[in-house]
Design a protein around this ligand. Structure first.
Ligand code: UD1
Length: 426
């Protein structure tokens, strides 16, 4: 299995292009199931997860045509998705277990076919992550749901009916599933306490381009007038705010200076506030987002993860790596997932001083980290170890690189181009 070797201590300078957002791309691809016409998606990131979703859609009957073929590490760029008919309504365990976001085919398949069977995703490294809220919401639209043999079996013999869905807690995937289902339901649906992540706005705008009637985009109340049929469209995936934030931390943690192109500060305001308080300069220039820690030390800052527009849980591990080498102490509280501190013991092996108490971690900044062999169990935890490795003295070997390929396109290339010493070794 591949590993990534980093020889740390080099300040990064230069430009890094930011790709399309993985978490927008996955629901957008699932949305292609809602129409028999072609949905053309552009600016898809080249990632393993995009290929996994393409494989799942192919299984269900979608004709997937990537402009640029399939690459060794994934699929991306411009992809045409055409589902003349859904020939298979079951999303099998083998594909769903690879990627939780596979559950996003449930809403659109049920809405179009009146039936969908999707394997339960099961637990994952960052917590139990059930889909009960997706299912309750679909029941509000008239779906009958049974759980049997590890599968969700959902029926709506006479089609879905508009209804009022009130989410008891904010769920990104749940909001996306129900938004897609409501687009083809009969009558009006209101989704209260909807997630407001930018990826939901992106999905809503694509659905609107396909003919869906949605109001309240960007707010926590979405109102959908169901239509009988949706049509084809072309949509460009919005920039990846988590990739943006990750490279912003790369500039800060190495004491470097990076310009992140093809992205926008609006997407990561909460992270920018933390960076600024920590002593990092962030400016929006004509060319992109400029991140600099050329002068000055880093200060520890407290942060707490929250649904958007709060600080994203998908940036928590990266900021913990940054706080590990900042002056003073920082308290990092995780409120979204119950088990999202798996990077802590690995960071400690690199010399970090971190204590976890329930949902909070106290990080006491150290002078420097030292390279070590490390391993992580999820995507963002893995990249936090890469960031720590970029700042550390000596050599860091990151194992289980496949996590990184799920969410970061051309990671080594992008970092190397800015002066990092990082390579993939077989
Ligand atoms: C999405 C993102 C993921 C991000 C997360 C939170 C994608 C593909 N993934 O995941 O990167 O970390 O949002 O921003 O977009 N919950 C339930 N029951 C449910 C659904 C969720 O209890 O039916 C809980 C979850 O266990 C978690 C919380 O709600 O504690 C938020 O989860 P959710 O927003 O649904 O995350 P995902 O959509 O899975």
């Amino acid at each position: 299995m591949d590993q990534i070797r980093i020889r740390g201590g080099k300040p990064l300078t230069g430009d890094i292009p930011i790709g399309g957002a993985k978490n927008a791309a996955l629901p957008l691809m699932a949305a292609s199931l809602l129409t028999d016409e072609t949905l053309r998606l552009t600016n898809l990131p080249y990632l393993a997860d995009i290929l996994t979703m393409a494989n799942l859609l192919t299984e269900l009957g979608t004709d997937v045509k990537p402009d640029n073929g399939i690459h060794e590490r994934g699929m991306g760029g411009t992809v045409d998705l055409t589902t003349k008919s859904i020939s298979e309504t079951t999303a099998p365990y083998d594909l769903v277990r690879k990627m939780r976001a596979s559950v996003l085919v449930l809403g659109p398949t049920l809405a179009r076919e009146g039936h969908a069977r999707v394997s339960l995703p099961g637990g994952c490294a960052i917590g139990t992550r059930p889909v009960d809220l997706h299912l309750k919401a679909l029941q509000q639209l008239g779906a009958e749901i049974e759980l049997a043999e590890g599968y969700v079996d959902a029926h709506a013999k006479n089609g879905l009916k508009g209804g009022h869905v009130v989410f008891p807690m904010v769920t990104v995937g749940g909001t996306e599933n129900i938004l897609m289902a409501a687009a083809l339901a009969d009558g009006e649906s209101v989704i209260s306490n909807a997630a407001r992540e930018p990826e939901i706005g992106d999905l809503a705008r694509c659905l609107q381009a396909m003919g869906a009637k949605i109001e309240g985009v960007g707010t926590d109340t979405l109102t959908v007038q169901g239509v009988k049929k949706l049509h084809g469209a072309e949509h460009s995936v919005l920039p990846d705010r988590i990739e943006t934030g990750t490279y912003a931390v790369a500039a800060a943690i190495t004491g470097g200076e990076l310009t992140l192109t093809g992205t926008s500060s609006n997407l990561i305001q909460s992270a920018i506030e933390v960076l600024t308080s920590a002593g990092v300069e962030v400016t929006e220039t004509g060319r992109g987002l400029h991140i600099s820690r050329a002068n000055g030390a880093l200060r520890g800052v407290d942060l707490m993860t929250e649904p958007y527009p709060g600080f994203p849980t998908d940036m928590q591990a990266q900021f913990m790596a940054l706080m590990a080498v900042s002056g003073g102490a920082s308290m990092i509280t995780e409120t979204i997932f119950e088990n999202r501190f798996m990077h802590v013991p690995e960071l400690c092996r690199m010399g970090a001083d971190i204590n976890v108490h329930g949902a909070s971690a106290i990080v006491r900044g150290v002078e420097a980290l030292s390279g070590a062999p490390v391993m992580a169990t999820d995507l963002r935890a893995s990249v936090s170890l890469v960031l720590a490795g970029l700042a550390a003295k000596g050599e860091t070997m990151v194992n289980r690189v496949y996590h990184l390929d799920r969410g970061y396109e051309r990671l080594e290339e992008k970092l190397n181009a800015c002066g990092a010493d990082i390579e993939r070794v077989a």
